[in-house]
Design a protein around this ligand. Sequence first.
Ligand code: PEP
Ligand code: MN
Length: 345
Amino acid sequence: MIISMKLHATRAEIEAVFERIRDFGYKVHSIEGEERVVIGVVGVGDVTACLESLEAMPQVEKAVRISAPYKFVSREFRSARSQIVANGVEIGGEEFVVMAGPCSVESEKQIIETAQFVSRHGAKFLRGGAFKPRTSPYDFQGMEREGLKLLQKAKHETGIGVITEVMSDRDVEMVAEYADILQIGARNMQNFALLKALGKANRPVMLKRGLSSTIKELLMSAEYVVAHGNPSVILCERGIRTFETATRNTCDITSVPVLNELSHLPVVLDPSHATGKRSLVPALSRAGVAIGADGLIVEAHPCPEKAVSDGAQSLSFPQFAEMMESLQPYIALWKNARVAEFAAV
Ligand code: PEP
Ligand code: MN
């Protein structure tokens, strides 16, 4: 159950609601915004009596029963799509948002050239890992703070927003100084210490689906971030592990509309990690637009054959430009559908 307090409810009024909830034996999880406090009521059993009692309190605006185990991120809590704004760009609104860049930040030349190229061809965010979660401890681990500084420089020179990965709860504040969106990698989707720390971050978070995670687990992880105070979460499908070996991962493309049914949060598709092969990226990107994703995060590199990570799935600049061009008719249809959807509500 979720309780929305009336605007500018006083501390005493909020505490009275907490007390009533606890009297019924439930736990309180509150999110305190500037103007309004929203309270999650967590517990087992029939909540009807508690709900009716809270609804009768004058300082309570609304009490909603939510059956899903994830509360704040569910469509039951919020029936309209959420928009998340980063560097002045809205995700989940009327624009299809493309994020692009190398797997890893490697050098100033590489990242600045990429920022210039992808922004000229319609990308609104520059991606690039400065902290890299690598399967082998002997592989390139990332440029760390130096890499973050290069991303910041690329942003200053081009105006493009920056999305970059944070791997540890200890680094959240530091990465947030440089990033417009904090990326959480698939391997960290259930790093609960990190998810809790992200709840306190003042930046939107893009949460990538774990290699072997269910949609419900992804939403529960998003719930962690929101329940700990940060409502700005973007979900990302990046492929899951199956018996198939023809592609690096298997893209669960259906997860996009499934997530849209279950949650109000924006959903971005990563066709690069989902396939592992650059030849497949444009086709899967088209599918992502057609199925209603809010955007794409795509790997692109000035010289993919020399990339220190994920070269095989990175698009060259000409390939990126060609793909962006070929997506335009699909994006135009996407936009018509989105505008019509917003006009209908
Ligand atoms: C990446 O985006 O480069 C990355 C490491 O992705 P994932 O966490 O989805 O494997
Ligand atoms: Mn990568």
